[in-house]
Write a protein of this length. Sequence first.
Length: 735
Amino acid sequence: MTTLEAGRIVGAGLDRVDAPLKVTGAAQYPNDFTLPGMTHAALVGSTIAAGRITGIDASEALAAPGVLTVITHLTAPRLEPGPMTLLGGSPPTPLRDDRILHYGQHIAIVVAESAEQARHAARLIHIRYEATEALLDVDDPRAEIVVNPWGMDTERGDVGAGFAQADVVVEGTYTTPDNTNNPLGLMTTVASWHGDSLTVHDSTQWPHNVRTTLAAVFGIPESGVRVLAPFVGGGFGAGLRVWSHVILAVLAARELKRPVKLVLSRPEMFTSVGHRPNSVQQIKIGATRDGDLVAIEHHGISSVAMEDDDYEPVSAGSAVAYACPNVLTRDRQARLNIPCPGSMRAPAEGQGNFALESAIDDVAHAIGMDPLEFRLRNFADEHPLRGLPWSSNALRACYLEGAERFGWSRRGREPGSMREGNLLVGYGLAGVSYPFYQVPCQARVSVRHDGSAYARSAATDIGTGTYTVMTQLTAELLGLDVDRVRFDLGDSDMPYAPQAGGSGLTGALANAVHAACRRLTREFLDIVRDDTRSPLQGATAEDVAVSDGRIHLIEDSAQGESYVGILARHGLEELSADGRSTPPRAEDLGMAPAGAFGAKFVEVRIDPALGLLRVARVVSAIDGGRILNEKTATSQIIGGTVGGISQALFEETATDAVTGRIANATFGDYLMPVNADVPYIDVLFVGGPDRATRTGTKGIGEVGLVGLAAAIGNAVFHATGRRIRSLPITIDQLM
Ligand code: MOS
């Protein structure tokens, strides 16, 4: 019935439908909103990492020009905790008591007539502390160890027996640092109350979560809360949870009975909206001399905040990456006095893949096999834990087509064997199996009497292209031109959508839109069921297709009618239908629902005298199922690749070991790649639609990043013979 198979619009590299709004400045991001009578807030963050507040003197701040209120734990009402979500519990609610759990903890909110007045007054609040020694090191033996809280540890076969059969065993300890999500748009909340109902503009990746959380925290019905996020200035995971600053802005607005705007500063972004927690990973891999993996054992420990339950099982990906009979993965967390971590750009996989794919490279080297051949040999033909065929898996094609494009066959066998002038040249590769969040979603689609259509869902477009690909998909499924279709999102009053995260939104929303469009076609057929004037009288959904604004018989496309014609004859302004998607289940499919796959090929150039490392080329071969828009999808992978180069070579959030202060909490100090650090990035998509869902699209939001750190590390090994097991890879490690 749909024209998806023909793919007239879907897949085409259309320009973003929201591009004109963005380049003209007409797109309104949360911090662009101004409301009548709006006030401005600033936060006071703790300057110690552990201890108690023994005194607060806000008198000077309250007397400062323009100041309207100061709220601290001494004056705040008791707030209820936020709910459990798909991503776990909510971060601790603010201003509960006098305890300090981490540096930068929000301990007061100041509201004034202007943002400058609020920030000035925040500096006039005098806090006395009683500091205790902070736990800050993931290896600190005093830290409480959280054991497998989500039941994600895995074990199959018998790793002891596996290692006993191995001809070669490699072992290594890998460390990854804290990284901080830094969307360009400073996270902003604008809160306004109207009696008991609340409207919030927020930098969120999940409006429904903000609505549910604020309703729970403030004890009001969800129907009284509306959350708006039509444009969000980037996310990277920072907008997945409802953080303390959102609650504080809403609280202040309720107390003042005026709208409150709170924009985090860049340093506050480092302590307020999550970060990728650091990790220490032990990995051990055994293989036979012929190149068969016989055992993998991967232990990870990551840091987690006090009283929070964010979880990143860094070893979990090792359980599904290869066909290996004996695999054990274990994750632990150390509770520390750190700001709450949260999902950041390929959480867990981003760290775990570095250890796994570096160690795989070590094994290949130890048995003298080409690392590409070794990976192909141990490809997992079926899902290693479920023992079921994949709903799709083009990883093998990713390896082969990526290698062809890259010119992998030119790789010299031995480390240090390739040079250009005085530079060492290294080729490295990594494989990626990325399991994405498959989650429920809903959408609503309407066709108007003029033959135009609009669709909506409470999703967000964090810069990824959701507006564009959903417009394309709706147009395709209704047989309309793209310019006759509008897709709206970013409003919690729209049908439920999950987070733009975990690489899960596009697939879930695409399937919901697909269901809505199918149902809408049926609605039209229902109207003309007994209509003797309609050529579609008595037709069923299976009999028809849509194109050029018409529904027509598949057998005879001349037999059909336009949407406009049907609506006019029946006196209807518009017709709408809802669609929902639920995650595909292995039990129903007899297949394991697959995520994305990828192979990353990297060439590095190293000046051995100076330790200078440059990434010279990257080829990313990606299996993302059906690609809805080749241009935005390529853009996603390029962005992810830059993020991967950044993780590999630049990013490290530096925490002072004594005070817990973030020492590099500015864009000047927190290193990220600039254009000179980023080479040409070649992206190719391989594979086809996934069999598990109607649209066959898989998420590609995170697969772009994963693998770069290992591929770069492997290229460094190939260039120098030196294995770097600690990110970021810095000059001193290469000297
Ligand atoms: Mo992503 S870390 O799922 O926004």
